[in-house]
Design a protein around this ligand. Structure first.
Ligand code: TPP
Length: 255
């Protein structure tokens, strides 16, 4: 009998609990959270990292991270994260927000936290809908996109156009890192990881507010299979929401 030695190519990050993720098949939240957990492990900051998540599918985050976390009311992550970071600057603080949360009810909060240059990291999950409550139109919903509240498609005449939050945040002087990436293909997921790592490193270096927008699937409310949802990001979303770095002050240039 011959024995083979298998070389592990992936080990579960210690920052993830053993709890199976309850996200829908093909949902992007699990990809991003697994990346974040691996980065927290890599930086050795598990004991001093605090996450803040609001309502929406983001609320599940508490179940999966082996770190201290705080709930925030809808859209109020920037206020809670600001308070924690100002009280305990030695901690590493991140906010994890959906697009309904951040770009609608929480729009004023995020703009002012970004403008103040608060030294915490924002992870913005843009899946173009209000996922948890049933797939209603969000500020990021594309023109003519069908959602539960726009069954004939979003009409820009009456409901406006999708808001590009990274571009809006990048108009402010204070943020040190503003970028959009996508959790679809393997190369894009690698780029997403690199941006998230950079954002945490900038916070550790005291460089201020960073904003990483991640285009994520919502197969359930897009009414697409997991695979078709991944294709939809590249084919339909990225022409409207280009993946690029809008600001990278830590690297000494404007990206
Ligand atoms: C003050 C308040 N208003 C409305 C709600 C209902 N609510 C819960 S989750 C949610 C939508 C969240 O959507 P999004 O932020 O896009 O996150 P996703 O679920 O898509 O990840 C809403 C409107 C609430 N919990 N609190």
């Amino acid at each position: 009998m011959t024995t083979t030695t298998e070389k592990p190519v992936f080990t579960r990050p210690q920052t993830l609990t053993d709890r199976p993720m309850a996200y829908c098949p093909g949902c992007g939240h699990g990809i991003v959270q697994t990346l974040m957990a691996g980065i927290i492990d890599e930086l050795g900051i598990r004991e001093k990292t605090v996450g803040v998540a609001p309502v929406g599918c983001a609320v599940e985050t508490y179940n999966y991270f082996n770190i201290d976390m705080s709930e925030a009311a809808h859209g109020r992550v920037p206020a809670v994260a600001t308070g924690i970071k100002r009280a305990r600057p030695d901690l590493v603080v991140f906010g994890y927000q959906g697009d309904g949360d951040l770009a609608s009810i929480g729009l004023a909060e995020i703009m002012h936290a970004a403008n103040r240059g608060e030294n915490y990291t924002t992870i913005f999950i843009n899946n173009t809908v209000y996922g948890m409550t049933g797939g209603q139109m969000a500020p990021t919903t594309l023109a003519h996109q069908k959602t539960q509240t726009t069954p004939l498609g979003r009409d820009p005449e009456t409901t406006g156009h999708p808001m590009r939050m990274s571009e809006i945040i990048a108009t402010l002087d204070s943020p040190c890192l503003v970028a959009r990436c996508a959790a679809d293909t393997i190369p894009n997921i690698r780029k997403t990881r690199a941006l998230l790592l950079k954002a945490f490193q900038y916070q550790l270096a005291g460089q201020g507010f960073s904003f990483i927008e991640i285009l994520c699937t919502c197969p359930t409310h897009w009414h697409l299979s997991p695979k078709d949802s991944m294709d939809y990001i590249g084919r339909v979303l990225t022409p409207i929401f280009p993946c690029k770095t809008f600001r990278d002050r830590g690297a000494g240039h404007e990206g």
